[in-house]
Design a protein. Structure first.
Length: 383
């Protein structure tokens, strides 16, 4: 998973390219519920779809439902404190990069709302440290393999049912699951590119770095780094002269993150996916994209998006603006590339932990952000 933390908008703390484990002996387990369907409420104002998992310890642990992960992942300290049995070992890491060793533990029973996870194996790692406290684990998409899985960020929930998608339905595309991920064809200014559907990413569009030389770009906006499991990657942001198309949707002149070394495919993260109802039919390898039905409900449940990317993180590192999306809320408010975020609502940036800072920025309350620009202090107000 990647992380050039962009709490204000787009790249992610734990995953601009998630891909926790491409190959693993871990048994992802069974997800069980009564009836024909179940609705699970998501945590509000989060770019990632987050559910609360109860392992029988009386706590509600935040887990990301990650379509970019082929296995379940749990923070190693939780696995140890709950005494989960170690049943094997594997390697984990983002595609195209080094893999690191990890243990596999057996979780006999866990609950998510009124549903039950049975006999699941979880890969362990320092998720809490890696994500700087924002999450404690991941539920891989394979856990929901027997159902139609629908992400509806406008309604603020995930729905699971025994329904199937029709290959001829509007907004329905086939996908390739050969690499353990959901991979679709997208059109990037006339070039066909394979791209992962990755709800574990806070990002928008990401493409392999080597594509920069073959595309018409308005300008390279800024450089940054992505922190992935297995090592860091270089990131360059640029705006495309042209459009990206998939299903029935077109994105004109979008901002794109280019990653080097390349993970081998493009990536569509939650920064884009949160604007649609996305249904995944793993039995038939079909995916459907629909526009959010209820605009008012969507606005109240979706996280605020400033369209501002930062090259640093809270907790002592400088949060410097890497790029600002044209027409975005951040541009309208006055952010410019090179601005350094000093404080939020009167509190220094370094005094926030990542989870607290991200919740404020993605929420609906007004913000007063103090920045420094060329040595001059300036306050940006977000109503």
């Amino acid at each position: 998973m990647a992380s050039a933390l962009l709490v204000l908008a787009t790249v992610l703390t734990v995953g601009a390219q998630s891909g926790f484990a491409r190959e693993s002996s871990a048994d992802i387990g069974d997800f069980v519920f009564a009836g024909d369907s179940i609705v699970l409420q998501l945590k509000k104002h989060e770019v990632h779809p987050r559910l609360f998992v109860d392992f029988g310890d009386g706590e509600q642990h935040e887990f990301i439902v990650d379509t970019g992960a082929s296995v379940n992942v749990i923070d190693s300290s939780i696995a140890e404190s709950l005494g989960f049995e170690v049943v094997g070992e594997t390697e984990i890491g983002a595609p195209g990069g080094p893999q690191i060793p990890a243990k596999i533990v057996k979780v006999p029973l866990a609950r998510v709302g009124d549903a039950t996870i049975r006999n699941a194996e979880f890969v362990t790692m320092d998720v809490k440290g890696f994500s700087r406290g924002t999450t404690l684990g991941v539920l891989g998409v394979g856990l929901f393999r027997d159902y139609l899985l629908t992400f509806d960020r406008g309604a603020g929930h995930i729905e699971l049912s025994h329904d199937n998608l029709s290959a001829n339905g509007p907004g329905v595309l086939p996908y390739d699951a050969a690499n353990g991920q959901i991979e679709i064809e997208i059109d990037v200014a006339g070039t066909t590119v394979m791209a992962h559907i990755d709800t574990g990413s806070m990002g928008e569009f990401m493409l392999p770095g080597e594509m920069m030389g073959s595309l018409s770009l308005q300008k390279t906006q800024s450089d940054g780094k992505a922190r992935l499991v297995g090592g860091n990657r270089e990131i360059k942001f640029a705006q495309l002269n042209g459009s990206i198309q998939f299903a029935d949707f077109q994105f004109d002149n979008p901002s794109i993150a280019f990653m080097t070394p390349s993970p081998g495919a493009g990536n569509i993260g939650s920064g884009i996916l949160a604007d649609y109802v996305v249904s995944i039919d793993q039995k038939n390898q079909l995916i459907e994209f629909r526009e959010l039905a209820n605009t008012n409900m969507a606005a109240s449940n979706k996280p605020r998006r400033l369209g501002v990317r930062f090259g640093g993180v809270p907790g002592g590192n400088v949060m410097k603006v890497a790029s600002v999306d044209p027409g975005s809320l951040g541009e309208q408010a006055g952010f410019l590339a090179g601005d350094v975020m000093v404080s939020l609502n009167g509190k220094p940036t370094e005094d926030y932990d990542m989870s607290e800072l991200g919740t404020l920025i993605r929420g609906s309350a007004p913000l007063s952000i103090n920045i420094e620009r060329d040595g001059i202090s300036k306050t940006i107000e977000i109503p």
